[in-house]
Design a binder for this molecule. Structure first.
Ligand code: GLY
Ligand code: MN
Ligand code: MN
Length: 485
């Protein structure tokens, strides 16, 4: 799997240089050095990697996926490791589990500490049971561990610990904000991995689009996508559970979960909403395509589709460093409402509609989020920005100004969600803007979301997603698919 100084899965898969992780560590050290407290004598960062997990109480081991902060720092694939950075000496030290010799029968040759040192280009490797002895030999005085709130999940990172840690001064406050800020801005090497996984995922979406037809089951589209990203792109994992909604399922925002497992048959006339992204070396794509199952848009489907496309394009045109993400969310609402008004679904003054939060009736989720090692990548609120209380705006996973090197999804949508429409039609502030008869004609159509993954550049954006986006492009690709399948 590992070849010299880079990771790839052979064939055409992207080689990820181990130097990418060294650069990440260097950036973290530089942030510590620049801050007021600097890097005191004997200061060490200590991170805990992810733990192997079993299926409930059984001995069936889940396929491991590394913890994201640990992956960013060391790129190590295996579970149950620790890693340290000696901040003054600028040395990286891995700690690996000491496995019994008989594991070799089940797991293959057990790699030595030297193997790890060479494979991951760190300075030294020891066993986990040696952390105390090694840190003590380094004259460690202060250990920085990771503790902080993930603003998407509401969960806290679990700081590293080991028997004997009480002998040291432990600071679990400094590391999290520094690492989060490093992760928010991607390096050129990280951007190359993201470009790769977005390309592979875009190609897989196109392959699915070409094969999609009425009579198929939703899960067959999920299966095709997973096959494409893995067999062509080396993505053993997808970045999140595939959402493959047909017809009204397109309006169920997290459709595809265990209780609703993409198990409907596609009907002629259904509109599809497919939100799927591959994950390569822990970096993910998050892409949504919407199109008719039979390859031809109806007039109503075109209205919804082109409304969302207009919102996405308005946001693309406005994105650049310095722009507030909250303003982009508002721009998506404004464009959506203007387009819906043009087609007679809503009526009245758009400013008044904005004041009445009408946009959130049609798009109750946020416009987009940071993307990287996590699909909802960290840092959306790390500068202390407040979460809005307004419908729709409060669902934003990021509330910051854009900076070059940030990677975000841009994912406007329009959905016809019965409980939200019923509530709006019963609401004194909102009902005046809704053409109820016209809106009722669209109920059951599901929804459209267009989700692309973009890099903020010095003066705008680079769109890493390469999927057909106009009605004409989609119909042409689907017609081509029908010839070959
Ligand atoms: N697929 C999850 C999201 O779009 O945020
Ligand atoms: Mn997303
Ligand atoms: Mn998505």
């Amino acid at each position: 799997m590992q070849k010299g100084t880079s990771y790839s899965l052979g064939l055409e898969t992207h080689p990820v240089p181990m130097a990418m992780f060294r650069e990440n560590r260097e950036r973290l050290i530089a942030r510590f050095e620049k801050s007021a407290e600097g890097t005191p004598e004997g200061s060490v960062v200590l991170l805990r990697g992810g733990k192997a997990k079993m299926r409930h109480e059984t001995d069936h081991e889940h396929l491991f996926r590394q913890e994201s902060f640990f992956h960013w720092t060391f790129g190590v694939a295996d579970p149950d490791c620790f890693g340290a950075i000696d901040l003054k000496r600028r040395r990286a030290i891995l700690f690996i589990p000491r496995l019994p010799a008989e594991y070799a029968v089940w797991m293959g040759k057990i790699a030595s500490c030297e193997d790890y040192t060479a494979r991951y280009e760190v300075e030294e490797t020891y066993y986990v049971d040696e952390i105390d002895a090694v840190l003590s030999k380094l004259n460690t005085k202060i250990i920085y561990t990771l503790h902080g709130l993930n603003s998407d999940s509401g969960n806290y990172a679990k700081p590293a610990t080991f028997p004997g840690i009480e002998k040291y001064r432990v600071d679990n406050g400094r590391l999290w904000p520094e690492m989060v800020e490093c992760r928010v801005i991607k390096t050129p090497m990280e951007l190359d991995v993201l470009r790769y996984v977005c390309r592979v995922s875009s190609e897989a979406h196109v392959a699915v689009m070409k094969q999609c037809k009425p009579g198929m089951m939703e899960y067959q589209l999920e299966a095709l996508f997973q096959h494409e990203v893995y067999s062509r792109g080396g993505c053993r994992h997808v970045a999140y559970t595939c959402i493959c909604g047909s017809g009204h399922h397109g309006s169920i925002l997290h459709y595809g979960h265990a209780g609703a497992p993409n198990d409907k048959q596609l009907a002629d006339g259904d509109l599809m909403l497919l939100d799927m992204g591959g994950e390569y070396q822990c970096y993910g794509a998050d892409i949504t395509c919407s199109y008719p199952a039979n390859g031809r848009f109806t007039e109503k489907q075109k209205v919804v589709y082109n409304t969302v496309l207009a919102a996405q394009q308005a946001v693309f045109a406005a994105m650049k460093p310095g722009v507030a993400w909250m303003d982009m969310h508002a721009l998506a609402y404004r464009t959506t409402l203007q387009e819906l008004a043009r087609h007679g679904l809503v009526k009245g003054d758009v400013d008044a509609m904005m004041d009445a939060d009408l946009g959130a009736v049609f798009m109750p989720h946020g416009l987009g989020h940071f993307l990287g090692i996590d699909t909802h990548d960290v840092g959306g609120y790390s500068t202390g920005a407040e979460r809005s209380t307004r419908p729709g705006f409060r669902s934003l996973r990021a509330n910051r100004s854009l900076e070059a090197g940030m990677v975000l999804t841009v994912e406007p949508g329009v959905y016809f969600i019965d409980p939200l429409l019923d509530k709006a039609i019963a609401d004194d502030k909102q009902k005046q803007f809704i053409n109820v008869d016209k809106v009722n004609e669209f109920r059951g159509i599901g929804g459209v979301r267009l989700e692309d993954d973009v890099i903020v550049t010095a003066d705008g954006i680079e769109n890493m997603t390469k999927c057909p986006r106009t009605v004409e492009e989609i119909e042409a690709i689907m017609a081509e698919g029908r010839k070959s399948h």
